[in-house]
Design a protein around this ligand. Structure first.
Ligand code: UDX
Length: 416
């Protein structure tokens, strides 16, 4: 079993640290936020990530997982140091590497292997390798929020890139058995961007198809069902929605576009992927306007605020993009989300879905929380001032909703 240092206790770093401790390694995890470190020492995990709190609590109790605000303590004696620092969007859309540079500028690594897990542009790990005495391995993460622990413990793939084969194999050996790719650092870095951008492209494609279905009289759910039967296309990531968001896709698509521009590569597909997504919130607002009438002063209920179900994350949430546009036109917004307790931007947060629907001129389903499909539809209808629902995710049971006298405006299909 290995001694592992993890720098950064965000959702990637914390999941990495807790899961490695669970797999039997001895882990020291450092974060600059002393308040967060103190809370983690008490095994208090802020984020809503199934299974994570339990792993942190066990690790802290057994002593296999130690938290510190001192990076040097995580580096000392570590055989592997994982960099799990944020790489937010910079001014031109590029990945901002200042957190990584700041930590490495002060670190004095004499032995062990330095592993770059943060999502970083092609060439970053090579650049880091030139400034370090220890082997450097690129090992991107593929953790989905809401199932990060499961993704870590049962990975679909592990990708490691290095010019030091034994360091790369060493990193690979830390993980559970999984299909593996051992490659160079630049290729490993690009696998991450290539995957996320491809998925985003798939979604923008489906969202445009849904628009076409509405105009041409076809049904997006049947169309994607037919597409899914082709193994070359694959069954996942074909659900239309209010646009893709979250902490990765918006950032990674912009960063890859920037990397391409820097490399003098024209990448119109990627540009169109982003543009299509930026239009998506406007499309939703157009549909709400059609359903509810003029938006100035209209009372609109919102079901779901997080960027997807299963998380409390509001970062780059398409639901909030829609809310911002609706508020900009003067709509009065009441929202409900099982994971959001406080008012958010222009949205007053209600205690239940029924409360969000009360007196509304229209209700908009923005996040696919399963409980929204099981509401008491006659009660929803009775509470609304005008019973019409715009379902951006095609989540609701159309027959039950319409039987209750509610007009349902779905996505990529005829209005019922
Ligand atoms: C993503 C990647 O999946 C993960 O591998 C990565 O490393 C981090 O980024 P995450 O951001 O947690 O994970 O969300 P994901 O589940 O991939 O969803 C991304 C967006 O696509 C969400 O806004 C979601 O609502 C949307 N989506 C997804 C759809 O609109 N339709 C779908 O069929 C699937």
């Amino acid at each position: 079993m290995a001694r592992i240092g993890v720098i950064g206790a965000g959702y990637v770093g914390l999941t990495t640290a807790a899961c490695f401790a669970h797999l039997g390694h001895r882990v020291v995890c450092a974060d600059v936020d002393e308040g967060k470190v103190a809370a983690l020492r008490r095994a208090e995990v802020g984020a809503h990530e199934p299974g994570l709190a339990e792993l942190v609590s066990t690790g802290v109790r057994t002593g296999d997982l130690v938290f510190t605000a001192d990076n040097d303590a995580a580096l000392a004696g570590a055989e592997f140091v994982f960099l799990c620092l944020p790489t937010p969007t910079g001014e031109r859309g590029e990945a901002d590497l200042s957190a990584i540079d700041a930590v490495l500028g002060r670190a004095d690594l004499r032995d062990g292997v330095l592993v770059v897990k943060s999502t970083v542009p092609i060439g970053t790990a090579d650049r880091i390798a030139r400034s370090q005495r220890v082997p450097v391995v690129s090992n991107p993460e593929f953790l989905r929020e809401g199932c990060a622990v499961d993704d870590f413990l049962r990975p679909q793939r592990v990708v490691v890139g290095s010019d030091d084969e034994s360091a790369a194999r060493g990193v690979l050996g830390l993980y559970p058995d999984a299909p593996a790719l051992v490659t160079d650092r630049a290729s490993a870095e690009l696998v991450k961007y290539a995957s996320n951008c491809f998925l985003a492209m798939k979604l923008s494609y489906v969202n445009s198809l849904a628009e076409l279905c509405e105009r041409a009289g076809a049904d997006i759910d049947d169309v994607t069902e037919g597409m899914r039967l082709d193994e070359r296309i694959g069954a996942a990531f074909l659900r239309p929605g209010p646009g893709w968001g979250g902490s990765c896709f918006p950032k990674d698509t912009r960063a890859l576009l920037c990397t391409s521009a820097d490399a003098h590569v024209d990448f119109p597909l990627l540009r169109a992927t982003i543009d299509t997504n930026e239009r998506q919130a406007h499309r939703v607002v157009d549909k709400v306007r059609e359903a509810a009438g003029p938006l100035a002063g209209a009372r609109i209920g919102l079901l779901g605020l997080t960027f997807k179900a299963g998380t409390d994350d509001l970062r780059d949430s398409p639901a909030l993009a829609v809310a911002g546009l609706l508020a900009g036109e003067g709509a009065v917004l009441t929202g409900y989300d099982p994971c959001v307790g406080a008012d958010t931007g222009p949205v007053r947060v209600a205690g239940s879905a029924l409360d969000a629907a009360r007196d509304a001129d229209a209700l908009v389903v923005l996040t696919e929380w399963p409980e929204f499909a099981e509401l008491d539809w006659p009660a929803v209808a009775a509470g609304m001032s005008r019973p019409v629902i715009v379902d951006t995710r095609n989540l609701l049971p159309a027959d039950k909703v319409t039987e209750s006298g509610i007009r349902l405006v779905g996505t990529g299909r005829a209005v019922t």
